[in-house]
Design a binder for this molecule. Sequence first.
Ligand SMILES: Nc1ncnc2c1ncn2[C@@H]1O[C@H](COP(=O)(O)OP(=O)(O)O)[C@@H](O)[C@H]1O
Ligand SMILES: [Mg+2]
Length: 257
Amino acid sequence: MLRTVVATRYITPLREGGSLPGLVEGDDLGTYVLKFTGAGQGRKTLVAEVVCGELARRLGLRVPRLAAVDVDPVLGLGEPDEQVQELLRASGGVNLGMDFLSGALGYDPLAFPVDAEEAGRIVWFDALVNNVDRSWRNPNLLRWRGALWLIDHGATMIWHHNWPGAEDSAARPYDASDHVLAPFEPDVGAAAARLAPLVTEELLAEVTAEIPDAWLTGEPGFEHPDDLRRAYARPLLARAAVIHERVHGIQGHREAK
Ligand SMILES: Nc1ncnc2c1ncn2[C@@H]1O[C@H](COP(=O)(O)OP(=O)(O)O)[C@@H](O)[C@H]1O
Ligand SMILES: [Mg+2]
């Protein structure tokens, strides 16, 4: 499981995010961006953040360190903002934290070109997890200390909203035409050759073991959290082998028919 931190203080809301993420201080004195289980998007979004974040990290992409952050709803009692009070009240227990990259800038493709190799790795990864949230309107990439960092993997793995149809849905192609890195001639083939062999059953077991049990209980059709962990792993394993042939919308990239 992810390392656990106890939230000691709510600092401020991060107004940019649709999911009302906030900054909190932990009992380790770290500052975390917190995504709350009580936010409208629900806990599947947080599961997706863990699976994708921990997988991306193991594939050598930069992702802020994640933590399971324990929230006591009393933290919200002194908050002047009613929306924040409500959110904290609804989020007792385990929430998702990530290291706050202080001073990070939102990624701007016009100001910071990326080479075809790095663009390829990121587009391939987004295709693997079917990330629909890395567009030029909303890149969910940060520039920090001269490098690109991946954030916000809540809108991925659409198949986890309908497990009986997961296999079919996971076989679908990925449309990269809106991807913020599409203009940089991403070398998806080279990325697949390097990264796909790393996506093994063992690696995915390690990744899904990081998901807190509390977010996996009560899913219809799954008796034990580990059954659901395996359900998360299966489509990713299958997709890793083939998805590079099913990435559409990138100039110069040969598309499989
Ligand atoms: N780890 C982080 N370090 C610094 N800023 C962050 C971090 N995570 C998110 N942010 C900032 O907060 C905003 C919202 O976070 P994001 O994860 O995209 O949430 P949402 O799901 O609400 O879009 C980001 O666009 C970014 O500006
Ligand atoms: Mg976002």
